[in-house]
Design a protein around this ligand. Sequence first.
Ligand code: SF4
Length: 259
Amino acid sequence: MPNVLDRSQSIAPSLKPGKDLAQPQPSDADPLRIGGLTRLTSIDYPGELAAVVFCQGCPWRCRYCQNGDLLDDDSGGGISWSEVRGFLEHRVGLLDGVVFSGGEPTAQRALAAAMREARSLGYKIGLHTGGAYPQRLSQLLPLLDWVGLDIKALPEDYPSVTGVPGSGEQAWESLRLLLAAGIPLEVRTTLMPGWTPDLVGELAKTLADAGVSNYCLQACDRDHTLDPRLAAGQPARTGLTAQVRPEWFSSLSSRGTWL
Ligand code: SF4
């Protein structure tokens, strides 16, 4: 899932609820709760020009979350799927893909119908997910062209990040499903303040051994975290990533502002 940093780097402003978009026929995707829409981005779907649909709701409360306004199931101020669909209908041929992000998109049962509608318009489908619902993810696999999956920690360390017991097992099961399906995948890890080089190295090696080939290490934006106590920490990039070997991955990248 992109954080505030990702959205601020998008090359077009986000669409707010409006009255000037077409109102198509009702569909199974209409219940999808959407907190926002980025109309054009070149950074949220590798190699593609895309729109990003920010789905409302997430079962986790990661300490470094940048999207606090998307965590509740219903913010009350979102955009309807019919508005998004109308927008997408008018951008056919101008955009390559649609990324469903959040929040946690797979928290909503209407996601599959929305993906099918976007595919029917000719768009490639991207998904940003933390992997909180592996069973639902397994049903979405035939609809996905690319996935950005957050792996936040080793399974046993997840509750210290998400605040939710068992969240690590869910995320790592989602990783297993995506690797088995062979869907183009970027795995991302946000480096928590206070982590050690040993911990980061062990996590990266475990991911490489699991079959992850495209890995991105993300800086923690300590100015906009759900847990304000994170602002007191200061991770050092060179120290934290010193034990991550580039040769473990086909692609190893970093994202964000390193302090
Ligand atoms: S998974 Fe964590 S970082 Fe992502 S939206 Fe949910 S709480 Fe925020």
